[in-house]
Design a protein around this ligand. Structure first.
Ligand code: NAD
Length: 457
């Protein structure tokens, strides 16, 4: 039997040896899901939502345990891990109510017939998720997929198997046997699950993995929702509030050690304010404390793994070798953790890998530009990604005008990007395919189906 070593990235300690789901076990789990789905799918959406509703209280009761596990397994500060679990205890219920609303049948009448549009479940959904928000990323797939009447086979990230197992332990008692199955392992198990007898893949993770999944799913035209990586720009115009823009740059480059899909990964600052902006960025970055997430004083933990640290180090080192300037490097604890310091790079060239490929590390990457509106938009659009973007300018109308021209699912103008309740979270261009959240997102776990009959005389 093969196992995966579940490591604490702050200490290097092995937390557990997790048995990897074998090929035979994986196919048996998918078969159980296939067999259990029709009866679950035959319930009304209201009945299914009622069965799932205790999840909110269960998450609230387990929030401390989930937070401990998340900080141990992937390193984020415990207060942030707790906030994520507590937030989802409430948000799971919001999502259930949204799914009920989104899936209501629609009646359409013509002179001769009555047609009812129902939203039928797809069947078996494979849910494959990352580690950076180990509670929220899975639940944003699991809750709508189940409530829509699908059976789900869930593979959490190999970096957070214990958080994944805890989520499964909370969900499994709420649904009939077989409707929710858990498998464990790395990308090999994920690839096998995608190729197995599933009807849809709900995936959150990197662009590279998303492409592999799409390729594999194309063989049987399986439905897909892929929420992928980003390379989000922050464009700071010459008339911007420098302090507010610098705060946005630092907070959203360093949060979760930069391991956020919608981190600020590129900052383009207008030449007239560039020196003052850099000064303020360095001053703010200096205040971020890096250490073990269980230390309440800490702002950012380690990277999730030494491999992730090596990727970040490689990009930063290549940038420095390619002409970027090191404006600031923070301190990290000594010892075996996967530490990477808060880093500010300046004079970062457009041609460098760090300007094009997702970094996923605690790096503020500064480039100076002319301050011209068209140039700001061009730079913002200069990658294949399209997840989020941010614009700071003293002219709010210009900010909105620029936002309309930037290819992204979410754009913040004079505030960090966000969204509003009930709206989908969208990766435009190569940051996604399909999307999650909101009524439109929830409906992607179903197929619309028209049932027509003659109008009663
Ligand atoms: P990853 O792509 O390496 O892995 C994600 C999941 O896919 C894991 O469970 C992994 O085991 C599995 N996997 C790996 N190879 C696979 C394959 N060939 N077939 C099927 N499954 C496979 O990503 P990660 O390192 O876990 O997460 C970080 C990435 O996720 C970043 O790119 C980040 O931007 C992205 N992300 C995106 C969003 C969003 O909403 N768009 C949110 C969070 C994270």
């Amino acid at each position: 039997m093969s196992t995966l070593r579940d490591l604490n990235p702050a200490t290097g300690e092995c937390l557990a040896e997790i048995p990897v789901t074998s090929s035979a076990e994986l196919h048996a789990a998918v078969a159980r899901a296939r067999a259990a789905q029709p009866a679950w799918g035959a319930l009304t959406v209201e009945e299914r939502a009622a069965r799932l509703e205790p999840l909110g209280a269960a998450l609230a009761a387990a929030a401390d345990e989930l937070a401990d596990l998340a900080t141990r397994e992937m390193g984020k500060p415990r207060a942030q891990a707790l906030g994520e679990a507590q937030g989802w205890a409430k948000h799971a219920l919001v999502e259930l109510a949204e799914v009920v609303e989104a899936l209501q049948p629609e009646r359409h009448e013509t002179a001769r017939s009555v047609t009812t549009l129902v939203r039928a479940p797809l069947g078996v959904v494979a849910a494959i998720t990352p580690w950076n928000f180990p509670v929220g990323m899975p639940l944003q797939i699991l809750v709508p997929a189940l409530a829509a009447g699908n059976a789900v086979v869930f593979k959490p990230s190999e970096h957070v198997p214990l958080v994944g197992a805890k989520l499964a332990a909370l969900l499994q008692p709420l649904v009939p046997a077989g409707v929710f199955e858990l498998v464990q392992g790395d990308g090999r198990v994920g690839a096998e699950l995608v190729a197995a007898d599933v009807d849809m893949v709900g995936f959150v993770g990197s662009r590279a993995t998303g492409k592999r999944i799409m390729e594999s799913a194309s063989k049987e035209l399986k439905r897909l929702v892929l929420e992928l990586g980003g390379k989000d720009p922050l464009v700071v115009m010459a008339d911007a509030d420098v302090a507010a823009a610098a705060e946005c740059a630092v907070r959203h480059s360093l949060r979760n050690s930069g391991q956020v899909c919608c981190s600020v990964e590129r900052v383009y600052v207008a030449a007239p304010i560039a020196a003052e902006f850099e000064r303020q960025v360095v001053e703010k970055a200096r205040a971020w404390r890096c250490g073990d997430g269980f230390d309440a004083e800490v702002d950012m933990g380690p990277m999730v793994s030494v491999e992730q640290r090596a990727k970040v180090a490689e990009q930063v080192d290549a940038a420095l070798a390619g002409g970027a300037r090191l404006a600031f490097r923070g301190e990290v604890p000594s010892g075996p953790g996967a530490w990477y310091p808060a880093t500010v790079l300046a004079d970062v060239g457009e041609e460098l890998a760090i300007s094009r490929e997702e970094t996923f590390g605690p790096v503020v990457s500064l480039s100076v530009f002319s301050g011209d509106e068209d140039e700001g938009v061009r730079l913002a659009n200069a990658t294949p990604y399209g997840l989020g973007a941010n614009v700071y300018t003293g002219d709010a109308a210009r900010g909105v005008r620029m936002a309309a021209r930037i290819h992204a699912g979410q754009v913040g103008v004079n505030q960090y990007l966000g969204s509003a309740p009930g709206l989908p979270w969208v990766g435009a261009r190569q940051s996604g395919f399909g999307f999650l959240g909101g009524k439109e997102g929830h409906r992607q776990f179903t197929v619309p189906k028209s049932i027509s009959a003659p109008r009663e005389a």
